[in-house]
Design a protein around this ligand. Structure first.
Ligand code: GLN
Length: 286
């Protein structure tokens, strides 16, 4: 038997040496995962069995090799949810919770049965958050990648979300001009940021969820065109972007000639993170 304190301390030191950003947190999460407990419940445990210790040490080694924590536990928290995640799907991030929250607040304020579409839905995190927090909304999740779709299917099973396996650029033509909110966390990392991206992201999130042309805005431009097609006049688009795109992402909307009240918004760390705009009923004079 080994004491929990000693185990966590050793693991946290090893993770810190490996460059993991939150070594103690991750060590505790992994131990709690092995024991089938929440991290908070670890304080009630003094010692662990040899079998549990062995499994824990194995996971810590993989985490030290920079496998994402969420791939090791198979879970990612997102707002009130826990999503199933693993290889083949983008791990939901805290900053996207704010993006989803903006769409959720707007849908709530609409009443009736508002229609929402999540483009590039990945694990289904945003769509599922909307469906659970705005139960009167009709929600569609659009995702093309088969591996991501398999995870989304699992996460959305039993929910009211309709999963559409299609290219977002052409998806849901039957909804053209009728959608109330289009929300998206598309791929957006500029190619020249490659070297500054953490190994957990670069080597384990799907490339299709990360990169999008040299300025990172190819998918944002596609989302602009698709949102323009899907939204009703006055409908709202909400699109996440990189912190270096606080001017260039809003410019995609401002220069398109179809958007009113283009605004940029920060995430919880105060970095530029998402753009919102309202669909104009008609093309604007340039
Ligand atoms: N937010 C991701 C990251 O920080 C980038 C890609 C995305 O969210 N669309 O790695």
């Amino acid at each position: 038997m080994t004491t929990v304190r000693a185990l966590v301390k050793r693991a946290a030191d090893e993770l810190a040496d490996a460059g993991v950003a939150s070594p103690r947190h991750d060590a505790e999460e992994l131990l709690a995962h092995v024991l089938g407990l929440t991290r908070g419940a670890l304080v009630g445990v003094d010692e662990v069995s040899e079998e549990h210790r062995r499994r824990f040490v194995e996971l810590v080694e993989r985490r030290a090799a920079r496998v994402p924590l969420q791939h090791l536990t198979g879970r990612a928290p997102f707002r009130y949810l826990e999503l199933a995640v693993g290889p083949g799907v983008f791990v939901p991030r805290p900053e996207t919770e704010v993006v989803a929250g903006y769409a959720i607040d707007a849908l709530r304020a609409m009443g009736g049965t508002p229609v929402a579409v999540d483009l590039c839905a990945g694990s289904g995190a945003i769509a599922l958050a909307i469906a659970t927090e705005v139960p009167n909304a009709r929600v569609y999740a659009v995702e093309l990648d088969p591996d991501a779709c398999a995870w989304a299917e699992r996460n959305l099973a039993g929910s009211s979300v309709t999963l559409v396996r299609e290219d977002a650029a052409v998806a849901l033509p039957e909804l053209d001009g009728t959608v109330d909110v289009v929300v998206s966390n598309p791929p957006y990392i500029p190619m020249d940021a490659y070297d500054s991206v953490e190994p957990e992201v670069r080597d384990h999130d799907p490339a299709a969820a990360l990169w999008s042309g040299s300025d990172g805005l190819d998918a944002v431009r596609m989302v602009e065109r698709t949102a323009r097609r899907l939204l009703r006049p006055g409908g709202l688009v909400v699109v996440e972007h990189a912190d270096v795109q606080g001017e260039s992402a809003p410019a995609v909307f401002a220069s398109a000639g179809w958007w009113l009240t283009v605004r940029d918004h920060p995430d919880l760390a105060g970095r530029p993170r998402f753009v919102t705009a309202r669909r104009s009923p008609r093309r604007l004079a340039s």
